[in-house]
Design a protein around this ligand. Structure first.
Ligand code: PMP
Length: 284
């Protein structure tokens, strides 16, 4: 059965869901997106995603075509129409269609698209038990990684480099320091301390990162927000990543070298449990 997709105010079968070839999302990657997880038919941290969306739009001087309340309703309606229990809602807003010109058009109407992806058993991803392997690659993205734009080609290339190397993902580095994963924030644990890069323009301000660091502090764990090197990561006791779709995912190997004893560590395991439990409680 075909999915129902939301396009500019209409709920359509995916075959009929279309946008213009002049859309600036298509021509310039002039668009932003969000991915919100769904567990038991409910949205995790919708508020966090809606707030970051508004910020991304603001940074690009793009108008927001929808209120937070209406956006929540569209998310819920799509979950209903597609009978999603566990899965994801993908949302994209672009500056809209306009004759091709580098300057932002003044009168374009933003394009808004939402669709769902069913992911049965999203919280029981078997990789959480084994952990994932990462390689390190140079971070060659643009400099405003704090804006969640749809220009994801370098992260896609990174994912392919990881696959070619027999790994699951790539951690990107700048001046020898890890920025983040291709689609997640990166952490190491040393002597009980959780270390993750500080917020800035160099990384995406993960919604999961924010929640996980809050839970870690509430559980009296020590957190240090600072850049860490690849060498530190290799010598760490544990490593993990966070994202809306993978929650907290242990990392057990970096560039072929085992982290700790090459199995998911206690801090990552505990944070994953807390995150899933607390997120389920506050899901809407
Ligand atoms: N960094 C990057 C580059 C990402 O693409 C993502 C996922 N969108 C994240 C971090 C994690 O962000 P979140 O926890 O909001 O999914």
């Amino acid at each position: 059965m075909s999915r129902t997709v939301y396009v500019n105010g209409e709920y359509l079968p995916e075959e009929d869901a279309k946008v213009s070839v002049f859309d600036r999302g298509f021509l310039f990657a002039d668009g932003v997106y969000e991915v919100t997880s769904v567990l038991g038919g409910k949205l995790l941290d919708f508020d966090g995603h809606a707030t970051r969306l508004a910020r991304s739009l603001g940074e690009l001087e793009m108008s927001n075509p929808i209120t937070k309340e209406d956006l929540l309703e569209v998310h819920r309606e799509l979950l209903r129409r597609n009978a999603i229990d566990d899965g994801l809602v993908y949302l994209q807003i672009t500056r809209g269609a306009a004759d091709r010109d580098f300057a932002y058009p003044v009168d374009a109407t933003p394009t808004i698209v939402l669709f769902t992806q069913a992911k049965p058993g999203l919280a029981d991803n078997p990789m959480a038990k084994t952990g994932m392997k990462v390689i390190t690659i140079e971070d060659r993205r643009w400099g405003r990684r704090d804006i969640k734009t749809v220009q994801l080609l370098y992260p896609s290339m990174g994912k392919m480099m990881a696959k070619a190397a027999g790994a699951d993902d790539a951690w990107m580095t700048e001046d020898g320091h890890v920025t983040e994963g291709t689609s997640n924030n990166a952490y190491i644990v040393k002597d009980g301390k959780i270390i993750t890069r500080h917020l800035g323009e160099e990384i995406l301000h993960g919604i999961t990162r924010k929640a996980v660091l809050r839970f870690a502090r509430e559980a009296q764990m020590q957190v240090e927000e600072r850049p860490f090197t690849v060498e530190e990561a290799r010598a760490a006791d544990e490593a993990f990543v966070t994202s809306a779709s993978s929650f907290v995912m242990p990392v057990v190997e970096i560039d072929g070298a085992a982290i700790g004893n090459a199995t998911p560590g206690p801090v990552a395991k505990r944070l994953r449990e807390i995150y899933i439990e607390e997120s389920r409680k506050t899901a809407i």
